[in-house]
Design a protein around this ligand. Structure first.
Ligand code: IPD
Ligand code: CA
Ligand code: CA
Ligand code: CA
Length: 263
């Protein structure tokens, strides 16, 4: 059966609009904040609430589809067969808690491991990044152009300062060299937003040592539509089942940064 990806996207945008309203309203209240894997890994009641809201909407309208979410959904998913919805209810929870800015809802629909629908909603900027496979990527409804190549010396690289200072961190030396050779660096604290910034040209390259499928899945669909690449350091497609180090960037620059990470 041919799936109607566009109809799925339209429904998902409505659900995420509702999620955005709940998230903005929640900033007026005091939040319950807990830690997960370490004291810097935060989760709030809103992460669960938004994931549950989206899971409920998806399973009501698409009961045969599987759902993978950061907080609860799909912990038993072991393969990428058929259709999987991938949810990050709040990407940038630290920003949500501390800055009340620069956080996003990310949602993607993948079929047999290939991204079909991608949505990243920057809640406070009210900025929508959307894409359908083969039908272009959009920012607030305006089609994004194909990305042109760039030189590292003229590139802004998205990278976390924490990773370049400690020799025990893998690729620290290589990442320092990338920072040194670039024009400048930025860190916004939401991988989904940063990857969309690569797609729309606000960043030229992005490196993250520890991304999960829900961090990149929505943005990956946009990246591919504008001719950008997202890959592992040894140039494989990102895994939908495991966390790992990934880089994304403009054509040409991506190969240069990947080469430096492998040097
Ligand atoms: C995190 C953010 C952060 C990135 C981490 C992610 P979360 O997602 O995207 O920018 O550096 O790797 O885990 O936990 O806020 O959804
Ligand atoms: Ca998290
Ligand atoms: Ca995330
Ligand atoms: Ca999250």
């Amino acid at each position: 059966m041919e799936e109607n990806w566009s109809a799925m996207q339209q429904k998902a945008v409505q659900w995420i609009q509702e999620a955005g309203e709940l998230l903005r309203a929640s900033l007026e209240e005091s939040l319950i904040i807990e830690t997960k894997s370490n004291p810097n890994d935060l989760v709030t009641e809103m992460d669960f609430k938004i994931e549950r809201l989206l899971t409920k909407k998806i399973s009501e309208d698409y009961p045969g589809h599987r759902i993978l979410g950061e907080e609860e959904a799909g912990a038993d998913i072991m393969d990428t067969d058929d259709i999987i919805w991938i949810i990050d209810p709040i990407d940038g929870t630290t920003n949500f808690v501390h800055q009340q800015f620069n956080f996003a809802v990310s949602l993607a629909v993948f079929e047999n491991g290939i991204g079909k629908v991608g949505i990243v909603y920057d809640v406070m900027a009210d900025e929508w990044f959307t894409a359908l496979e083969g039908r272009g990527a959009y920012r607030n409804g305006v089609r994004l152009p194909k990305l042109k190549p760039a030189e590292l010396k003229e590139a802004i690289v998205g990278i976390n300062a924490r990773w370049i200072k400690n020799e025990k961190i893998p690729y620290a030396r290589q990442m320092r060299n990338i920072v040194d050779e670039s024009r400048s660096t930025r860190a916004y604290g939401s991988a989904a937003i940063e990857l969309c910034y690569v797609a729309c040209g606000r960043l030229d390259s992005y490196v993250n040592l520890w991304l999960a499928p829900w961090d990149f899945a929505g943005a990956e669909v946009l990246l591919r539509e504008v001719g950008a690449d997202i890959s592992t350091i040894d140039n494989q497609r990102p895994s939908m089942l495991e966390k790992g180090p990934y880089l994304a960037g403009r054509p040409g620059l991506q190969e240069k940064v990947r080469g430096m990470l492998n040097s």
